[in-house]
Design a protein around this ligand. Structure first.
Ligand code: GLA
Length: 389
């Protein structure tokens, strides 16, 4: 099921001729929990994505439904006192309100979503929903915005309406992905560079099937620890601290805050090294940095879980594996594995068998390709489900 049938289902459900927009999920190769510390990240947009079929309405109402979950939600664009209902449509409502608050006058619309980005899987499903919603609502209102503005507004919606204090990585990747490239992003200046990914490797994403849905509170707590660290150290953000400076001032920090800081400060340094070694083609060293990142997220930042650790342990030592680590916010979700292309299919089979044997759970495993960011969905042939832009 994809583009062609989504338009048909839209027509049956809402009536009217829909147009299609989409935004991709992302995998993060390295640079975890650094974005909201003004640091560096290295995500890539992937082929798992969210499609939005949309048509304008004559009023200022937004009606939304999804092929992934039951139920239909509606809200009024003029309702400025709206509060979140703690359902998935909050992401759409938050984006609509943030666009209006930024001065963009929207039209009412019916929107039907369909996503193959697993929700709560650490692959940026919230951002894919937000960015596809923004593109859909802007499209029917006839408004064109720079992608950076869209990414910022979507992050703001998640921070303020949904109340998850996320950074900008996921929304940025959903907007600025490029085919066969990762993105090296400085989350302070928002200056970025596309880094070519060698054709000899595959990014394989292994889903532990543990959902992180209740982790927003723990995420916000991590961010608060980082802010406390920056305050004690007298800097605007942990981005401004080097590993040597942190070591010198360690005694001033409470133990837990120091651990959080140690992760962030070293992770930032790892992203910069990872960009260098990727450019030099040293995949072995890139993999070593991934392993360090995972250990640091597990021991210092404490956002891994038993299943993620197991998935990483099972991957390391498989033929053709350069590196493995948890990806995304943590507390469940996925690992990212860099695997030599000729070994990728066997890796998928073995990981699936080994994880099932150890846990009794069938993991979802995706061999990912770095894809372009969101936009209009052009479907020359409605059955060509793999072709994007
Ligand atoms: C989630 C957030 C991102 C980022 C990652 C951790 O995906 O949405 O902003 O903080 O966690 O790196």
């Amino acid at each position: 099921m994809r583009a062609g049938s989504l338009i048909e289902i839209f027509q049956e459900r809402f009536g009217g001729q829909a147009r299609l927009l989409h935004a991709p999920g992302r995998v993060n190769l390295i640079g975890e929990h650094t974005d909201y510390n003004d640091g560096f990240v290295m995500p890539a947009a992937i082929q798992l994505s969210t499609l939005a079929a949309v048509a304008a309405r004559p009023d200022r109402r937004i009606r939304v439904a999804s092929m992934n979950v039951d139920g239909e939600f509606a809200f009024d664009l003029d309702d400025r006192t709206a509060s979140p209902r703690r359902v998935w449509s909050d992401y759409v409502q938050g984006v609509a309100l943030a666009l209006e608050q930024a001065g963009y006058h929207l039209r009412g619309a019916d929107v039907l979503f369909q996503s193959d980005v697993p929700s709560g899987g650490g692959l940026g499903s919230s951002a894919a929903l937000e960015v596809s919603a923004a593109l859909a609502l802007l499209s029917v209102a006839g408004i064109q915005l720079p992608l950076l503005e869209i990414a910022r507004i979507c992050q703001k919606a998640e921070n303020e309406f949904v109340d998850t204090r996320c950074g900008i990585m996921d929304q940025f990747a959903a907007c600025f992905g490029r085919q066969d490239h990762a993105i090296l992003l400085d989350c302070r200046s928002l200056v970025y560079r596309h880094l070519p990914l060698p054709s000899s490797i595959r990014m394989v994403v292994c889903n532990t099937m543990v959902k992180h849905e209740l982790a927003a509170g723990a995420y916000n707590l991590r961010r608060a620890d980082c802010e406390m660290g920056a305050k004690i150290l007298g800097v605007p953000a942990l981005r401004d601290v080097t590993p040597a400076q942190l070591q010198r001032r360690a005694v001033e920090l409470p133990e837990q805050v120091w651990r959080r800081c140690r992760h962030v400060v070293h992770e930032n340094a790892r992203v910069e090294s990872a960009a260098d070694v990727l450019g030099a083609g040293d995949l072995g060293e890139f993999g070593r940095l991934m392993a360090e990142s995972h250990r640091s997220l597990r021991d210092d930042y404490q956002v891994s879980c038993r299943e993620l650790d197991l998935m990483v342990e099972l991957a390391v030592g498989q033929p053709g594996v350069y590196g493995a680590r948890m990806t995304g916010g943590g507390f469940g979700g996925c690992t990212v594995n860099l695997v030599a292309a000729p070994e990728a299919d066997n890796f998928v089979l073995r990981m699936s068998q080994d994880y099932r044997a150890a846990t009794g759970v069938e993991p979802a495993i995706h061999v990912c390709r770095a894809m372009p960011g969101g936009g209009q969905w052009n479907v020359p042939d409605p059955d060509a489900v793999i072709l994007r832009r």
